[in-house]
Design a protein around this ligand. Structure first.
Ligand SMILES: NC(=O)c1ccc[n+]([C@@H]2O[C@H](COP(=O)([O-])OP(=O)(O)OC[C@H]3O[C@@H](n4cnc5c(N)ncnc54)[C@H](OP(=O)(O)O)[C@@H]3O)[C@@H](O)[C@H]2O)c1
Ligand SMILES: *[C@@H]1O[C@H](CO)[C@@H](O)[C@H](O)[C@H]1NC(C)=O
Ligand SMILES: *[C@@H]1O[C@H](CO)[C@@H](O)[C@H](O)[C@H]1NC(C)=O
Ligand SMILES: *[C@@H]1O[C@H](CO)[C@@H](O)[C@H](O)[C@H]1NC(C)=O
Length: 337
């Protein structure tokens, strides 16, 4: 690695709602960012991104390089590969298969900025010498049309940590440098000793609200107001996650954390400002949603440990049914994507 002021080269995979905002922050921090786009490629190549935001104002910007496939930069060496595609464990090609042509140097750090649990292991197994940095995102943004990102709140936090937590010092240094870049670029970021505590704390929110919103077509706030049974359901899902975390030895995922996460939805119910969770948005648009990373990995882990998680298992079975039906609908051309 060269000195502190060296221009960092970043490869962004998944330049959507989250990736486009991080691209902006990284460029503000002076990085040279190559973005691999998919459905928004033509728009971004021609016109760049349009970010409508409270935090950064309304800005237009371009990646330093815009590519339509990873093979176009095979052989180039990057300091960071930032993965902001949705997490689909078990999909083909797998994430390690996608990354193989661009992970050419042991010092390239792979940053996984994605929801879910147990998403790091396959990447760490495939690239045992590279720093693997796990990222937990609090940043509500949505790509409303190709290349247009709406981000209407100030909330911006990226929690980072190495995978595994006891990685070598140079891996930890790479995580720290990445967080410094995000902060320099105008965001908030911090490096945690054990990122799994943060990842599982986020799971409390995602495992409860994504399935509930996706299956009811309600916002979190509206769901809480819908019946006397609503609050108990969401809360008991969080308790199942806490029991699982306890069983598998993830510390710090406590009732107090659940209470503080739960209070967000309660406040939104009171203010009438409920949020449509991403899984609901995906279902509305007929897009693949992260059922395996968020729910499937949790229920399978529970089963391996002989745990009963009736609510999470119910959510998983129903959502997997919906997921497969959507795949079939897409194949039959029922939806646009
Ligand atoms: N958005 C939020 O508010 C939010 C908040 C917290 C956490 N997260 C998490 O952040 C992660 C990213 O979510 P997101 O909301 O940014 O998703 P998104 O808006 O769907 O963006 C993902 C982008 O990746 C692209 N992509 C997918 N597979 C690709 C591939 N193989 N090669 C190149 N590009 C590919 C997609 O292209 P296509 O358009 O072609 O599919 C899309 O542009 C998820 O794990 C999500 O749960 C999101
Ligand atoms: C890997 O990257 C480092 C830092 O950029 C560089 O010093 C080294 O020469 C690279 N190794 C190879 C094989 O390209
Ligand atoms: C990358 O793009 C940004 C924004 O356009 C620019 O400020 C920066 O100089 C570019 N970096 C390189 C190395 O070209
Ligand atoms: C950004 O654009 C939105 C929608 O076009 C508009 O409502 C908002 O006032 C603009 N904000 C700024 C700071 O210009």
């Amino acid at each position: 690695m060269t000195g502190q002021t060296a221009v960092r080269r970043v490869l962004l995979i998944g330049a959507g709602s989250i990736g486009a905002v991080y691209l902006y922050q990284l460029q503000q921090a002076g990085c040279d960012v190559t973005a691999v786009c998919r459905s928004n490629y033509a728009q971004v190549k021609e016109h760049g991104f349009k970010l409508l935001s409270l935090r950064y104002g309304n800005v237009t910007y371009r990646p330093n390089k815009t590519l339509s496939s990873l093979s176009e930069c095979a052989g180039e060496i990057f300091d960071y590969i930032l993965v902001c595609i949705k997490s689909f464990p078990g999909s083909k090609p797998s994430l390690p298969e996608m990354l193989a042509p661009v992970v050419r140097n042991k010092s390239t750090a792979i940053v996984l900025a994605q929801n879910g649990i147990m998403i790091e292991e396959e990447v760490a197994l495939a690239f045992p010498d590279n720093p693997i940095i796990s990222g937990v995102i609090y940043l509500p943004s949505v790509q409303t049309e190709p290349g247009t990102i709406e981000y209407h709140e100030m909330l911006n936090l990226l929690e980072l940590g190495t995978y595994p937590a006891d990685a070598p010092p140079d891996h930890k240094a790479a995580a720290l440098r990445f967080s410094e870049l995000m902060v320099k670029g105008g965001g908030n970021a911090k490096v945690l000793e054990d990122i799994q505590i943060a990842r599982w704390s986020k799971l409390l929110l995602n495992a409860a609200w994504n399935p509930i919103c996706a299956l009811t077509l309600c916002s979190d706030g509206d769901f809480l107001l819908s019946s006397d049974f609503a609050e108990e359901l969401a809360w008991e899902v969080m308790m199942e996650v806490i029991a699982l975390a306890d069983k598998v030895g993830i510390p710090g995922v406590t009732v107090e954390v659940a209470e503080s996460k739960f209070s967000i939805a309660k406040r939104r119910a009171k203010d009438g400002t409920g949020r449509e969770m991403s899984m609901l948005q995906d279902i509305r648009q007929g897009r693949p949603f992260e059922v395996e990373a968020i729910i499937g990995n949790a229920v399978r882990l529970g089963r391996r440990h002989g745990m009963k998680m009736p609510r999470l298992e119910t959510f998983y079975a129903l959502l997997k049914g919906r997921y497969d039906a959507q795949v079939k609908e897409r194949r039959q051309g029922g939806t646009s994507k």
